[in-house]
Design a protein around this ligand. Structure first.
Ligand code: AMP
Ligand code: MG
Length: 323
């Protein structure tokens, strides 16, 4: 069964094609800036501009045309209303024009399912992306959120710091480079409450310290602090659920230092650490296609009128029919 997956929850527009467990293509086009952050309106414009080209590339790479596609899946939420709407509109238009079935899927759970495709069987997902920061695991018939950020997502935090330092968007990868040249650890607010984390205080701290320390030392200390916070809550969720696998997901998980710390934590508790390849860690259409396939095969059907976007869709509200 060949599924076309469309992703548009935030700064990335992507179309991927999967055929069962095989990924035939996964074309990703992300909005970036040299200076300043992201404005939802500008990102929506970006997605509108690139959507047809991305679709064409994805079909070409998969060596298929629209007539070969059996199902269209799209990210129905959670995410930015402005950008979700572009993906949903595009998916509906294609479904109507080419008379295809359509299903909307939950973006966060798609990160988990694609991770399971890379070998994890029953993991705790540490999902560290721009908007979302959650610790998710399957228990009692549902994907449950064991911990999450109480304010901003870890990626948004890094991007905001990047903006303070005039690094452009996205700030995360640029801070990673700066951090490599960091020498001195600066003590910073470390905010973990049970299985939740918070970055607001840390952001104010960094804002106040700008100019007083080397940017490299700040970047290094920020990384050490936030990754330790994230891994502490993930480890607590692993201990609580008794699960022996950690899966990383989200753009922040592309960070080498984060990956290294995650592997170390897992080795210490004799757990396995799964890190999908970069194109599957970041927002991508292939994971949406794969999630759509799982749900469709398990019997999910949607009419066009059921495809309204859900910007605030919670992971634990999703009906799990495919497990
Ligand atoms: P996503 O929303 O999952 O596509 O992830 C996007 C977020 O990942 C942005 O906030 C980026 O700054 C962040 N990001 C991407 N690469 C890295 C990296 N190497 N280190 C830290 N953060 C990163
Ligand atoms: Mg994501």
């Amino acid at each position: 069964m060949k599924v076309l997956g469309i992703e548009s929850t935030a700064h990335t527009f992507s179309v991927g094609v999967v055929d069962g467990k095989k990924i035939l293509s996964n074309v990703i086009d992300s909005f970036t800036t040299k200076k300043g952050g992201i404005k939802p309106y500008d990102v929506a414009e970006h997605h509108t501009k690139v959507c047809h080209e991305v679709l064409e590339k994805a079909l070409k790479e998969a060596k298929l045309s629209m007539k070969d596609i059996d199902l269209i899946a799209f990210s129905q939420g959670p995410g930015l209303g402005h950008t979700l709407r572009i993906g949903a509109f595009f998916a509906r238009s294609l479904a109507l024009r080419f008379k295809k079935k359509i299903v909307g899927v939950n973006h966060c759970i798609a990160h988990l399912s694609i991770g399971e495709l890379t070998g994890a069987k029953d993991p705790v997902l540490l999902y560290a992306s721009g908007v979302n920061t959650q610790v998710i695991a399957y228990e009692g018939g549902k994907y449950r959120i064991f911990g999450e950020t109480l304010d901003m997502g870890v990626g948004n935090f890094l991007d905001s710091v990047g903006r303070l330092m005039d690094l452009g968007f996205p700030g995360g990868p640029k801070l990673e480079k700066l951090a490599l040249k960091g020498k001195k650890f600066i003590e910073m607010p470390y905010v973990v409450k049970g299985m939740d984390v918070s970055f607001g205080g840390l952001y104010s701290f960094v804002k106040n310290k700008l100019g007083k320390f080397r940017k490299e030392d700040l970047a290094y200390s920020i990384q050490e602090t936030i990754f330790a916070m994230l891994l502490e809550v993930a480890e607590r969720a692993m201990a609580h659920t008794g699960k022996k696998e950690l899966l990383l997901g989200g753009g922040v998980a592309c960070n080498s230092r984060f990956q290294e710390m995650a592997q170390k934590m897992c080795a210490e508790r004799k757990a396995k650490c799964f890190i999908p390849e970069k194109k599957l860690l970041i927002d991508n259409g292939a994971m949406i296609g794969y999630q759509g396939l799982l749900e469709y095969k398990a019997g999910k059907r949607q009419k066009i009128s059921d495809t309204k976007i859900k910007p605030y869709w919670r992971t634990d509200e999703v009906k799990v029919n495919w497990k």
